[in-house]
Write a protein that binds this ligand. Sequence first.
Ligand code: ASP
Length: 452
Amino acid sequence: MKVCKFGGSSLANAAQLNKVIDIVLADPARRIVVVSAPGKRHSGDTKVTDLLIELAKTACKGENTDRQAGAVVERYAEIAQKLDLGEEIVREIQMDLMERVAKVNELEPAEFMDLMKAAGEDNNAKLVAVAFQARGRKARYASPRETGMVLMGEFGDATLDPDSYARLSRAFSNFEGIVVYPGFFGYTKEGKVATFPRGGSDITGSILAAAVCADVYENFTDVDSVYPVDPRIVPEVKEGIPTMTYREMRELAYAGFGVFNDDAVIPAVRARIPINIRNTNHPSEPGTMIQQSRRVIPGTVVGIASADDFCNIIVEKYLMNRQVGFGRRLLQVLENEGIGYEHMPSGVDSQCVVVKGQYLPKEKEHRIIQALRRELEPDYVAIERDITILMIVGEGMCYTAGMFAKACLALASAGISMSMVNQGSSEVSFMIAIRRQDRDTAVRALYKAFFG
Ligand code: ASP
């Protein structure tokens, strides 16, 4: 059995929904279809989820919501009309929306917001189920409530109650035909609607794939595959990555590969379900398969990622290595400020701590430097901003000599100086830190060296 998830752009209008139905019907193994809310139809458009957020905010202010509610219903009505699905489903969606809005004074604002956000996926799943039926297929909508998708944690940032897996697995074993399931939300133990973070339909798909032990989790989006390098930096990149391992995915996603969200696929990864990223607009393309292991050609890399906005905290002290507890005290200062670290390249008498810029706002800088001076009595301490990190990733680098040399040579030939390097013993990736202004030249040089 395959679990397929379709994102908002794949469901933005009637033409897209028709493609989705064709894709699902082309393979009888595609039995569970997880849907997002309708997304943008064109670049200036607004996603249904964003319309719903506006609607919820207006309702919370006690203002009239007719205009916003009308805009939401219109999105579904347009699809229903073009696909000849009848008036009934549109009326149902309208009623559902009104019932939700009427709860504004009964619920806490965060609870109400989640109730409204979930309407996008919930109503879309109902509409998509009707669209399958209109094509003469046995299909049904299944709700997170009836299947036991119980969530916990904060509204808007909920996580799965792990006991849900057993309930979901039982519920799905009783279903026949195609099941259309809304992404993005579930219910708390108290029966309140709660949503995952934005983009959370990917999480729902991944959870269901794990719960039913799917053969594959197909995640349909609007790109043919994951590219080995950011096409905005290297527009000539044509060939996507056919297969990569979970470890490679994690390393690339970490450094900014935006096609997939590595957090979202954790349930599928833990259950060792292969993940296939595919394009709704080019269903014949095989896409990128992400799995536990793959055949590796020694000496090859799978991708080159770059991520901006890192900071480097530099601490220098003569004979640092002889001071027991130096590293612990350094990290303690960061921990006290609630800052986690990404990399810690070091020299004999210098220690760098690379952290994400978003966690080290300017106003914390002075306090951190003061604390480091107090705790460590260093010879030199400074915070450098605008660091870009490059990640060169590939299982094929393991036990292969010269991979790092190749990267260094490429950067040297492009006149780029590296400010830090870091490689863990897994050998599946190495990190090179450079200055932001060198990023595009560096990525192009590395791409040419490894893929040219
Ligand atoms: N519709 C939600 C969002 O826009 C969830 C999703 O599409 O995955 O964030």
